[in-house]
Design a protein around this ligand. Structure first.
Ligand code: PLP
Length: 383
């Protein structure tokens, strides 16, 4: 099959389009499908962007990033995780998505494989395919908190495997990986000459527990992160990747060619973001309140939450008690009750038709209204 024909659509976007059509026809839709913060970007970040526009330096930065942002991130890793990272290992990318397309371009030869969890963030497999690589989707369930483990790597690792990806906390499940599991995965990847890639974009959005960076376990781990989620900066398209020294030169050459550089304005604004802890903490507390409300109400309606999610803004629920066809269930819920949630098949194949994902990146009032509507919808199906 041609490479481009292997690229699947991001199905949640189709659901969103239908939701928008219903809204255009006058319906009020409750959005619990989209993984995008509903908060404004912190005021200090916006103020810094204004200042930067006035200063007028809006030209290319070096391809690997504005050295001031690289240094600010290195300081941040020392503060947040107590790890020492040389600033030149921190490459600034257009969103964490930019980091992934960069990484796979650098790491993969045609046909080489990368191990991923199923369910997992769907764009990953497409980044790998676009680079000519081969994603290997490994079914994961509650027994590993929906994460890969060293045992799973052992079973699926091939001679052509170059990396394993951990998303911690996970999208779609919101679960964190155990320290022991992360340590064992890092050791396995190293021993087999591959890379551990840790997607840490939901760090800072954890509840009652601190997410640990893979760099705390292995200083050669590749860590991807960005400003989209914790700092509510999706549209600023700014992220970073920390690579081992040996990869810097190859990454720089690819960056020079495919992006030239990440957006300059966003790079300056990102430095201010790192100081905006009060604003990010307020968002985190609000997400937690919503999470607790959903954890209290969903199980009684028939949505089983097998592992309590402690991070991101997602709840992955088993709907076996309600349907054997989650995609149709989601479509019906949208058409009849005006509530949009995402079917599990957006995140993989494994037991996908039994699962749905709720996003609580939407206001508590809307979430409460959504739950009332779901309850009424389920009652109407029974009668
Ligand atoms: C797990 C994960 N990684 C990466 C991304 C991409 O984020 P961005 O490119 O905005 O940094 C997302 C977005 O939803 C995500 O859920």
């Amino acid at each position: 099959m041609r490479r481009i024909d292997q690229i699947e659509p991001f199905r949640v976007m189709q659901l969103l389009e239908r939701a928008k059509q219903l809204e255009a026809a006058g319906r009020r839709i409750i959005h619990m499908e989209i993984g995008e913060p509903d908060f404004p970007t912190p005021a200090a970040v916006i103020a810094e962007a204004h200042r930067q526009l006035d200063r007028g330096d809006n030209f290319y930065t070096p391809s690997t990033g504005n050295p001031a942002l690289q240094q600010a991130l290195a300081d941040w890793y020392a503060r947040e995780y107590n790890v020492s990272v040389a600033p030149e290992r921190i490459l600034i990318t257009p969103g964490s998505s930019g980091a992934f397309s960069l990484l796979y371009a650098v790491l993969l030869e045609a046909g080489e494989s990368v191990l991923l969890s199923d369910p997992g963030y769907p764009c990953q497999r497409n980044f790998i395919r676009l680079a000519g690589g081969c994603p290997i989707n490994i079914p994961v369930g509650p027994e590993t908190r929906y994460h890969l483990s060293a045992e799973l790597l052992e079973r699926h690792w091939r001679d052509d495997t170059r990396a394993a990806v951990v998303i911690n906390p996970s999208n779609p499940t919101g679960t964190l990986i155990c320290d022991d599991a992360l340590t064992a995965i890092a050791a396995y990847c190293r021993a087999h000459g591959g890379h551990l890639i840790s997607d840490e974009i939901y760090h800072g959005l954890t509840y009652g527990v601190r997410a640990r960076s893979a760099l705390e376990f292995d200083d050669q781990a590749i860590v991807v992160n960005g400003f989209s989620k914790r700092w509510a900066m999706t549209g600023w398209r700014i992220g970073w990747v920390i690579v081992p020294e040996a990869l810097i030169d190859a990454c720089r050459r690819v960056m020079q060619n495919i992006f030239i550089a990440a957006p300059t304005l966003s790079q300056y604004a990102a430095i201010a973001a790192l100081g905006a802890t009060e604003a990010t903490e307020a968002m985190r507390r609000a997400y937690d309140e919503r999470r607790r409300f959903l954890l209290d109400t969903l199980p009684a309606l028939g949505f089983d939450i097998v592992v309590e999610p402690q991070g991101a803004f997602y709840i992955y629920a088993n709907v076996r008690r309600l349907t054997d066809d989650a995609p149709s269930f989601c479509r019906e819920l949208l058409e009849c009750a005006g509530v949009a949630i995402t079917p599990g098949e957006d995140f993989g194949r494994y037991r996908a038709r039994e699962h749905v994902r709720f996003s609580y990146a939407t206001g508590l009032d809307d979430i409460q209204c959504g739950i009332s509507r779901i309850s009424a919808f389920l009652n109407s199906r029974e009668s």
